[in-house]
Design a protein around this ligand. Structure first.
Ligand SMILES: *Cc1c(COP(=O)(O)O)cnc(C)c1O
Length: 374
Protein backbone atom coordinates (compact mmCIF):
# COMPACT_ATOMS: atom_id res chain seq x y z
CA UNK A 1 0.00 0.00 0.00
CA UNK A 2 1.35 3.43 -0.86
CA UNK A 3 2.17 6.01 1.78
CA UNK A 4 -0.75 8.31 2.62
CA UNK A 5 0.53 11.71 3.78
CA UNK A 6 -1.64 13.90 6.02
CA UNK A 7 -1.75 16.52 3.28
CA UNK A 8 -0.65 17.04 -0.30
CA UNK A 9 -1.22 19.88 -2.78
CA UNK A 10 -3.11 19.24 -6.02
CA UNK A 11 -1.56 20.92 -9.08
CA UNK A 12 -3.13 20.52 -12.50
CA UNK A 13 -1.30 20.43 -15.84
CA UNK A 14 -2.58 23.88 -16.86
CA UNK A 15 -0.92 25.40 -13.79
CA UNK A 16 2.34 23.54 -14.40
CA UNK A 17 2.25 24.69 -18.03
CA UNK A 18 1.51 28.25 -16.90
CA UNK A 19 4.51 28.24 -14.56
CA UNK A 20 6.70 27.03 -17.42
CA UNK A 21 5.53 30.00 -19.48
CA UNK A 22 6.43 32.39 -16.67
CA UNK A 23 9.88 30.77 -16.46
CA UNK A 24 10.35 31.32 -20.22
CA UNK A 25 9.03 34.89 -20.08
CA UNK A 26 12.16 36.28 -18.45
CA UNK A 27 10.15 37.99 -15.69
CA UNK A 28 10.44 35.96 -12.48
CA UNK A 29 10.01 38.39 -9.60
CA UNK A 30 6.96 40.58 -8.89
CA UNK A 31 5.42 41.66 -12.18
CA UNK A 32 2.33 41.16 -14.34
CA UNK A 33 1.35 37.80 -12.81
CA UNK A 34 1.29 39.25 -9.29
CA UNK A 35 -1.02 42.06 -10.51
CA UNK A 36 -3.24 39.49 -12.24
CA UNK A 37 -3.30 37.33 -9.10
CA UNK A 38 -4.22 40.30 -6.90
CA UNK A 39 -7.06 41.22 -9.27
CA UNK A 40 -8.35 37.63 -9.24
CA UNK A 41 -8.17 37.51 -5.44
CA UNK A 42 -10.00 40.83 -5.21
CA UNK A 43 -12.78 39.42 -7.37
CA UNK A 44 -12.90 36.28 -5.19
CA UNK A 45 -13.34 38.48 -2.11
CA UNK A 46 -16.17 40.51 -3.62
CA UNK A 47 -14.14 43.41 -4.98
CA UNK A 48 -12.09 44.21 -1.88
CA UNK A 49 -8.55 45.56 -1.92
CA UNK A 50 -5.99 42.73 -1.84
CA UNK A 51 -2.20 42.70 -1.91
CA UNK A 52 -0.08 39.56 -2.36
CA UNK A 53 2.91 38.79 -0.11
CA UNK A 54 5.53 36.05 0.08
CA UNK A 55 4.02 34.47 3.21
CA UNK A 56 1.04 34.59 5.52
CA UNK A 57 3.42 35.59 8.30
CA UNK A 58 4.47 38.68 6.31
CA UNK A 59 0.83 39.74 5.86
CA UNK A 60 0.20 39.46 9.61
CA UNK A 61 3.28 41.51 10.41
CA UNK A 62 2.41 44.20 7.88
CA UNK A 63 -1.18 44.25 9.17
CA UNK A 64 0.15 44.98 12.67
CA UNK A 65 2.29 47.77 11.24
CA UNK A 66 -0.70 49.20 9.35
CA UNK A 67 -2.49 49.35 12.72
CA UNK A 68 0.53 51.19 14.14
CA UNK A 69 1.02 48.53 16.79
CA UNK A 70 4.40 48.45 18.53
CA UNK A 71 6.17 48.58 21.90
CA UNK A 72 3.80 49.10 24.83
CA UNK A 73 0.82 47.69 22.95
CA UNK A 74 -0.99 44.44 23.67
CA UNK A 75 -2.56 42.10 21.15
CA UNK A 76 -5.07 39.42 22.15
CA UNK A 77 -4.83 36.04 20.44
CA UNK A 78 -5.14 32.29 20.92
CA UNK A 79 -2.43 29.94 22.20
CA UNK A 80 -3.80 27.21 19.89
CA UNK A 81 -2.31 28.21 16.54
CA UNK A 82 0.82 28.00 14.47
CA UNK A 83 3.52 29.97 16.28
CA UNK A 84 3.58 32.57 13.49
CA UNK A 85 0.44 34.13 14.99
CA UNK A 86 2.33 35.10 18.16
CA UNK A 87 5.80 35.62 16.65
CA UNK A 88 4.56 38.53 14.52
CA UNK A 89 3.30 40.30 17.65
CA UNK A 90 6.79 40.00 19.15
CA UNK A 91 8.39 41.10 15.86
CA UNK A 92 6.66 44.49 16.02
CA UNK A 93 7.65 44.83 19.70
CA UNK A 94 4.17 44.34 21.14
CA UNK A 95 3.00 41.92 23.82
CA UNK A 96 0.92 38.82 23.02
CA UNK A 97 -1.97 38.30 25.45
CA UNK A 98 -3.34 34.79 25.14
CA UNK A 99 -6.96 33.87 25.81
CA UNK A 100 -8.01 30.22 26.22
CA UNK A 101 -10.08 28.43 23.61
CA UNK A 102 -13.63 27.17 23.46
CA UNK A 103 -13.29 23.35 23.50
CA UNK A 104 -16.19 22.98 21.07
CA UNK A 105 -14.77 25.09 18.24
CA UNK A 106 -11.14 24.97 19.41
CA UNK A 107 -11.00 28.68 18.53
CA UNK A 108 -10.47 31.64 20.88
CA UNK A 109 -13.19 31.70 23.57
CA UNK A 110 -15.14 34.88 22.83
CA UNK A 111 -16.56 34.86 26.38
CA UNK A 112 -13.05 35.36 27.79
CA UNK A 113 -11.81 38.19 25.56
CA UNK A 114 -13.28 41.15 27.43
CA UNK A 115 -11.57 40.16 30.70
CA UNK A 116 -8.20 40.23 28.89
CA UNK A 117 -8.63 43.78 27.53
CA UNK A 118 -6.52 46.49 29.20
CA UNK A 119 -5.93 50.17 28.31
CA UNK A 120 -2.94 48.93 26.24
CA UNK A 121 -4.92 46.49 24.11
CA UNK A 122 -4.88 47.56 20.46
CA UNK A 123 -6.04 44.54 18.47
CA UNK A 124 -7.38 41.01 18.43
CA UNK A 125 -5.92 38.33 16.16
CA UNK A 126 -8.49 35.52 15.95
CA UNK A 127 -7.50 32.28 14.20
CA UNK A 128 -9.92 30.07 12.26
CA UNK A 129 -8.35 26.80 13.41
CA UNK A 130 -8.70 23.99 10.87
CA UNK A 131 -10.74 26.39 8.72
CA UNK A 132 -13.68 26.73 11.13
CA UNK A 133 -14.52 30.45 11.25
CA UNK A 134 -14.60 32.30 14.55
CA UNK A 135 -18.05 33.87 15.16
CA UNK A 136 -17.53 37.14 13.28
CA UNK A 137 -20.68 38.82 14.61
CA UNK A 138 -19.64 38.45 18.24
CA UNK A 139 -15.97 39.13 17.48
CA UNK A 140 -16.65 42.45 15.74
CA UNK A 141 -19.20 43.45 18.39
CA UNK A 142 -16.47 43.10 21.04
CA UNK A 143 -13.91 44.91 18.87
CA UNK A 144 -16.26 47.82 18.17
CA UNK A 145 -17.30 48.17 21.79
CA UNK A 146 -13.65 48.47 22.89
CA UNK A 147 -12.38 50.27 19.76
CA UNK A 148 -9.96 47.49 18.87
CA UNK A 149 -8.59 46.60 15.46
CA UNK A 150 -9.14 43.05 14.18
CA UNK A 151 -6.47 41.24 12.19
CA UNK A 152 -8.09 37.99 11.11
CA UNK A 153 -5.55 35.19 10.88
CA UNK A 154 -7.45 33.40 8.15
CA UNK A 155 -4.36 31.43 7.07
CA UNK A 156 -6.42 28.25 7.24
CA UNK A 157 -9.84 29.49 6.15
CA UNK A 158 -9.51 30.35 2.46
CA UNK A 159 -12.95 29.72 0.93
CA UNK A 160 -14.66 29.27 4.30
CA UNK A 161 -17.76 31.35 5.04
CA UNK A 162 -19.47 33.08 7.95
CA UNK A 163 -23.27 33.34 7.63
CA UNK A 164 -22.90 32.66 3.90
CA UNK A 165 -20.30 35.40 3.36
CA UNK A 166 -16.78 34.44 2.32
CA UNK A 167 -14.08 35.02 4.91
CA UNK A 168 -12.13 37.95 3.45
CA UNK A 169 -15.17 39.55 1.81
CA UNK A 170 -15.87 41.62 4.95
CA UNK A 171 -14.05 42.69 8.09
CA UNK A 172 -11.06 44.82 9.07
CA UNK A 173 -7.73 43.27 7.96
CA UNK A 174 -7.74 39.67 6.79
CA UNK A 175 -4.60 37.59 6.34
CA UNK A 176 -4.36 34.41 4.27
CA UNK A 177 -1.49 31.97 3.78
CA UNK A 178 -0.73 30.07 0.59
CA UNK A 179 1.85 27.76 2.17
CA UNK A 180 2.03 24.35 0.48
CA UNK A 181 -0.14 22.73 3.16
CA UNK A 182 -3.00 25.22 2.96
CA UNK A 183 -6.23 24.69 0.98
CA UNK A 184 -4.71 26.58 -1.93
CA UNK A 185 -1.01 27.24 -2.42
CA UNK A 186 1.59 29.30 -4.19
CA UNK A 187 4.39 27.16 -2.71
CA UNK A 188 4.99 29.91 -0.18
CA UNK A 189 2.88 33.05 -0.16
CA UNK A 190 -0.05 34.92 1.29
CA UNK A 191 -2.38 37.84 0.79
CA UNK A 192 -3.79 40.66 2.84
CA UNK A 193 -7.29 42.08 2.42
CA UNK A 194 -7.45 45.75 3.43
CA UNK A 195 -10.57 47.54 4.61
CA UNK A 196 -9.08 50.99 3.99
CA UNK A 197 -7.90 51.57 0.42
CA UNK A 198 -6.05 54.68 1.64
CA UNK A 199 -3.55 52.30 3.26
CA UNK A 200 -2.52 50.67 -0.02
CA UNK A 201 0.59 52.86 -0.54
CA UNK A 202 1.82 52.14 3.00
CA UNK A 203 1.09 48.40 2.64
CA UNK A 204 3.09 48.36 -0.60
CA UNK A 205 5.97 50.22 0.99
CA UNK A 206 6.03 47.89 3.98
CA UNK A 207 6.07 44.99 1.53
CA UNK A 208 9.19 46.14 -0.30
CA UNK A 209 11.89 48.08 1.55
CA UNK A 210 9.74 51.18 2.08
CA UNK A 211 10.46 52.25 -1.48
CA UNK A 212 8.22 54.78 -3.18
CA UNK A 213 8.94 55.32 -6.88
CA UNK A 214 8.19 58.56 -8.75
CA UNK A 215 7.38 58.99 -12.46
CA UNK A 216 10.70 60.78 -13.11
CA UNK A 217 12.61 57.62 -12.13
CA UNK A 218 13.62 58.81 -8.66
CA UNK A 219 12.59 57.16 -5.43
CA UNK A 220 12.32 57.82 -1.72
CA UNK A 221 12.24 55.68 1.43
CA UNK A 222 10.48 57.00 4.55
CA UNK A 223 9.80 53.71 6.38
CA UNK A 224 11.97 50.61 6.89
CA UNK A 225 9.90 48.14 4.91
CA UNK A 226 10.54 44.41 4.64
CA UNK A 227 11.22 42.12 1.70
CA UNK A 228 7.87 40.48 1.42
CA UNK A 229 6.97 40.59 -2.28
CA UNK A 230 5.59 37.53 -4.09
CA UNK A 231 7.26 36.21 -7.25
CA UNK A 232 5.45 35.93 -10.59
CA UNK A 233 6.27 32.21 -10.52
CA UNK A 234 4.33 31.82 -7.27
CA UNK A 235 1.53 34.12 -8.46
CA UNK A 236 1.01 31.91 -11.53
CA UNK A 237 0.62 28.86 -9.28
CA UNK A 238 -1.89 30.89 -7.26
CA UNK A 239 -3.91 31.83 -10.35
CA UNK A 240 -4.30 28.14 -11.19
CA UNK A 241 -5.15 27.22 -7.60
CA UNK A 242 -7.67 30.02 -7.07
CA UNK A 243 -9.78 28.65 -9.93
CA UNK A 244 -9.95 25.31 -8.15
CA UNK A 245 -10.09 26.21 -4.48
CA UNK A 246 -13.89 25.99 -4.18
CA UNK A 247 -13.83 22.55 -5.83
CA UNK A 248 -10.97 21.50 -3.54
CA UNK A 249 -13.01 22.57 -0.53
CA UNK A 250 -16.13 20.67 -1.71
CA UNK A 251 -14.01 17.56 -2.09
CA UNK A 252 -12.65 18.07 1.44
CA UNK A 253 -16.23 18.29 2.74
CA UNK A 254 -17.14 15.00 1.03
CA UNK A 255 -14.12 13.29 2.56
CA UNK A 256 -14.91 14.69 6.00
CA UNK A 257 -18.53 13.50 5.74
CA UNK A 258 -17.07 10.06 5.10
CA UNK A 259 -14.81 10.39 8.16
CA UNK A 260 -17.84 11.16 10.30
CA UNK A 261 -19.73 8.23 8.76
CA UNK A 262 -16.90 5.69 9.20
CA UNK A 263 -15.40 6.77 12.49
CA UNK A 264 -16.15 4.40 15.37
CA UNK A 265 -17.09 6.77 18.18
CA UNK A 266 -17.03 4.03 20.83
CA UNK A 267 -13.22 4.36 20.98
CA UNK A 268 -13.59 7.61 22.91
CA UNK A 269 -11.88 9.96 20.45
CA UNK A 270 -13.24 13.50 20.36
CA UNK A 271 -14.17 14.49 16.82
CA UNK A 272 -14.28 18.06 15.51
CA UNK A 273 -17.47 20.09 15.40
CA UNK A 274 -19.52 18.90 12.42
CA UNK A 275 -19.73 22.11 10.43
CA UNK A 276 -20.68 21.84 6.78
CA UNK A 277 -21.95 25.40 6.42
CA UNK A 278 -18.89 27.50 7.18
CA UNK A 279 -15.70 25.47 7.51
CA UNK A 280 -13.40 24.80 4.56
CA UNK A 281 -12.11 21.72 6.41
CA UNK A 282 -8.47 22.68 6.25
CA UNK A 283 -7.80 19.85 8.72
CA UNK A 284 -9.65 16.93 10.29
CA UNK A 285 -8.38 16.70 13.84
CA UNK A 286 -9.33 14.19 16.52
CA UNK A 287 -8.40 14.13 20.19
CA UNK A 288 -7.00 10.78 21.33
CA UNK A 289 -8.43 9.13 24.49
CA UNK A 290 -4.91 8.97 25.99
CA UNK A 291 -6.17 8.31 29.53
CA UNK A 292 -7.60 5.04 28.25
CA UNK A 293 -4.55 4.07 26.19
CA UNK A 294 -1.31 2.36 27.18
CA UNK A 295 0.64 4.18 24.48
CA UNK A 296 1.57 7.83 24.08
CA UNK A 297 0.56 10.07 21.20
CA UNK A 298 4.08 9.70 19.83
CA UNK A 299 3.72 5.92 19.78
CA UNK A 300 0.30 6.20 18.17
CA UNK A 301 1.80 8.36 15.41
CA UNK A 302 4.64 5.86 14.99
CA UNK A 303 2.20 2.96 14.65
CA UNK A 304 0.19 4.90 12.06
CA UNK A 305 3.44 5.48 10.18
CA UNK A 306 4.14 1.74 10.24
CA UNK A 307 0.78 1.36 8.49
CA UNK A 308 1.97 3.91 5.89
CA UNK A 309 -0.29 6.69 7.17
CA UNK A 310 0.97 10.19 7.93
CA UNK A 311 -0.44 12.01 10.95
CA UNK A 312 0.31 15.59 12.04
CA UNK A 313 0.19 17.50 15.34
CA UNK A 314 -1.40 20.96 15.00
CA UNK A 315 -0.45 22.38 17.39
CA UNK A 316 1.60 22.23 20.54
CA UNK A 317 0.40 25.26 22.57
CA UNK A 318 2.32 28.43 21.74
CA UNK A 319 2.61 29.60 25.35
CA UNK A 320 4.49 26.41 26.32
CA UNK A 321 7.37 26.92 23.88
CA UNK A 322 10.51 27.93 25.76
CA UNK A 323 10.49 31.43 24.25
CA UNK A 324 7.06 32.10 25.70
CA UNK A 325 7.78 30.31 29.00
CA UNK A 326 10.73 32.67 29.38
CA UNK A 327 8.20 35.50 29.20
CA UNK A 328 6.31 34.05 32.17
CA UNK A 329 3.71 31.80 30.58
CA UNK A 330 3.39 28.35 32.13
CA UNK A 331 1.60 25.04 32.11
CA UNK A 332 -1.92 25.39 33.43
CA UNK A 333 -2.43 28.93 32.08
CA UNK A 334 -4.82 27.83 29.31
CA UNK A 335 -6.17 24.37 30.22
CA UNK A 336 -8.54 23.95 27.28
CA UNK A 337 -5.83 24.78 24.74
CA UNK A 338 -3.38 22.53 26.58
CA UNK A 339 -5.80 19.59 26.40
CA UNK A 340 -5.94 20.00 22.63
CA UNK A 341 -2.18 20.53 22.44
CA UNK A 342 -1.60 17.23 24.26
CA UNK A 343 -4.22 15.04 22.59
CA UNK A 344 -4.71 16.32 19.05
CA UNK A 345 -3.73 14.51 15.88
CA UNK A 346 -4.41 15.63 12.33
CA UNK A 347 -5.63 12.86 10.04
CA UNK A 348 -4.97 12.71 6.29
CA UNK A 349 -7.20 15.08 4.33
CA UNK A 350 -6.53 16.52 0.90
CA UNK A 351 -8.56 16.76 -2.31
CA UNK A 352 -6.82 13.91 -4.19
CA UNK A 353 -7.64 11.42 -1.44
CA UNK A 354 -10.14 8.63 -2.08
CA UNK A 355 -13.03 7.60 0.15
CA UNK A 356 -11.25 4.26 0.58
CA UNK A 357 -8.27 6.14 2.05
CA UNK A 358 -10.60 7.52 4.71
CA UNK A 359 -11.74 3.98 5.49
CA UNK A 360 -8.13 2.82 5.69
CA UNK A 361 -7.33 5.57 8.21
CA UNK A 362 -10.39 4.77 10.34
CA UNK A 363 -9.54 1.07 10.40
CA UNK A 364 -5.92 1.73 11.38
CA UNK A 365 -6.95 4.02 14.25
CA UNK A 366 -9.43 1.45 15.55
CA UNK A 367 -6.84 -1.34 15.45
CA UNK A 368 -4.21 0.73 17.25
CA UNK A 369 -6.52 2.07 19.95
CA UNK A 370 -8.16 -1.29 20.60
CA UNK A 371 -4.80 -3.06 20.88
CA UNK A 372 -3.54 -0.44 23.33
CA UNK A 373 -6.54 -0.25 25.62
CA UNK A 374 -5.81 -0.10 29.34
C1 LIG B 1 0.18 28.78 7.97
C2 LIG B 1 -0.22 29.69 9.05
C3 LIG B 1 0.39 30.93 9.27
C4 LIG B 1 1.59 31.39 8.54
O1 LIG B 1 1.53 31.34 7.17
P1 LIG B 1 2.89 31.21 6.33
O2 LIG B 1 2.44 31.41 4.94
O3 LIG B 1 3.47 29.87 6.61
O4 LIG B 1 3.78 32.32 6.79
C5 LIG B 1 -0.13 31.76 10.25
N1 LIG B 1 -1.15 31.39 11.01
C6 LIG B 1 -1.75 30.20 10.86
C7 LIG B 1 -2.93 29.87 11.71
C8 LIG B 1 -1.30 29.29 9.89
O5 LIG B 1 -1.90 28.11 9.77
Amino acid sequence: MSYLPFTKPTLDEATIQGVTEVLRSGWLSSGPKVKEFEAALSEYFGGRTVRAFNSGTATLEVALQLCDIGPGDEVITTPMSWVATANVILHVGAKPVFVDIDPLTRNIDLDLIEAAITPNTKAIIPVDLAGLPVDRDRLYAIAEKHRLRVIEDAAQSMGATWQGKKIGSFGDLISFSFHANKNMTTGEGGCLVLSDAAQIPLAEKLRLQGVERFPDGTMDVDVAGGKYNLTDIAARIGLGQLKQVDAFNSRRRELVKHYFACFDRSMGCELPQEDFAGSNWHMFQILLPLDRMRISRGEFIEQMKQREIGVGVHYPCIHLFSLFRSMGFMKGDFPEAEKIGNETVTLPLFPAMELTDVERVCTAIKEIIEASRK
